[in-house]
Design a protein around this ligand. Structure first.
Ligand code: GDP
Length: 324
């Protein structure tokens, strides 16, 4: 055998052995106890991560590791601490911490609630949230879903400030077969809401969905405006039955902080978590539930007219725990 060929064989051998060693080492870092590596974190569901954090022993460190796993999954610090305390108080030898966690997630999220809308009088749904969160799209999808249930739907374009808000809503209203009440840009949002209640009652509508402004940089005036719209609706002879807060799931913990400003100003009865189709970090659902104190009613799973789903705690918890 010639010398250069032998050298080549030796080099190839070294590369193969070294490569195998590196691959095995990376795997073991991801799989052994402790918080999984970033790569492993993406591949495993919450169930596998929690099992490897707790291991067999459940020594005090293990519970801290489980809390870290939950925080990394976007669950939020408050909900993470609460869930760990719940699982820890129930954990015994031979039990599966992931199964306990799944049950506690369902308990935290509460029962699945439909919208509470009256029969025999006009039901009013106020929709609030920051611009860009998906408010207009959600109103369109909701109008369509309610119309699909046989309800007559009206929409009030009370975000009179934003350019093209009226046109966008008109397109969604047409798609849903709903009636839109709008005025010129810059009109008083309360006046639009007043007109909309009167016209919805006159037309015999079952539900009025009220769009509102979402300019967060003018926080105090915005919150005053929302309170005023609510008062005007009552003055027009109706009452607000549901106040839905629309929140973009992809804004994570920042979105939760923004959304909190709304829950402080208006009595939010439910949350619609939009863009849930694009996020792998489903833990945000728990952060929203615990930190805003309002149930998740729907998730938005796309831009199309039928991409609104009632939220189901059981199936959500199951999916969150599964490996991807
Ligand atoms: P608004 O400013 O709060 O009224 O937000 P829009 O309804 O105009 O939505 C902002 C953008 O988010 C638009 O491009 C929508 O198509 C998109 N969007 C809204 N909801 C969803 C959703 O559930 N999934 C996805 N992928 N996109 C959404």
């Amino acid at each position: 055998m010639e010398l250069p060929f032998v050298v080549l064989l030796v080099v190839l051998g070294i590369v193969a052995v070294g490569g195998t060693f590196l691959v095995l080492r990376r795997r073991s870092v991801g799989q052994l106890g402790g918080v999984p590596s970033a790569a492993a974190f993406r591949e495993e569901g919450l169930g596998a991560k929690v099992r490897s954090a707790i291991g067999r022993g459940a020594e005090p460190d293990a519970w801290q590791r489980m809390e870290d796993v939950l925080v990394r999954a976007d669950v939020g610090p408050k909900a993470a601490a609460d869930l760990v305390a719940r699982v820890r108080s129930r954990f015994g030898t031979g039990q599966d911490p992931a199964a306990l966690l799944r049950e506690e997630i369902v308990a935290v999220l509460g029962g699945d609630e439909a919208l509470h809308l009256p029969t025999g009088r006009l039901g009013v749904v106020l929709v609030v949230g920051v611009n860009g969160s998906g408010k207009t799209t959600t109103i369109g999808k909701l109008a369509r879903a309610l119309a699909g249930d046989g309800k007559r739907v009206s929409i009030a374009a009370s975000d009179t400030f934003r350019a093209a808000a009226g046109e966008q809503l008109q397109a969604w209203a047409d798609r849903a077969g709903a009636h839109l009440v709008a005025q010129q840009r810059g009109a008083d949002p309360g006046a639009v809401a007043f007109d909309a209640v009167r016209s919805a009652v006159a037309r015999g509508s079952d539900v009025l969905i009220v769009d509102t402004a979402g300019r967060l940089h003018t926080k105090q005036p915005l919150m005053d405006e929302l309170a005023k719209v609510r008062r005007v609706i009552e003055k027009a002879g109706a009452q607000v039955d549901e106040t839905l807060l629309v929140m973009d799931a992809q804004t994570g913990q920042n979105g939760v902080a923004q959304a909190r400003a709304f829950t402080e100003a208006v009595e939010v009865t439910g949350v619609v978590l939009t863009k849930a189709d694009g996020t792998a970090r489903g833990g945000i659902v728990l952060a929203v539930r615990e930190e805003l104190g309002a149930p998740i009613r729907f998730t938005g799973v796309g831009e199309g007219p039928d991409d609104l789903r009632p939220f189901r705690a059981e199936s959500f918890a199951e999916r969150l725990m599964e490996d991807s």
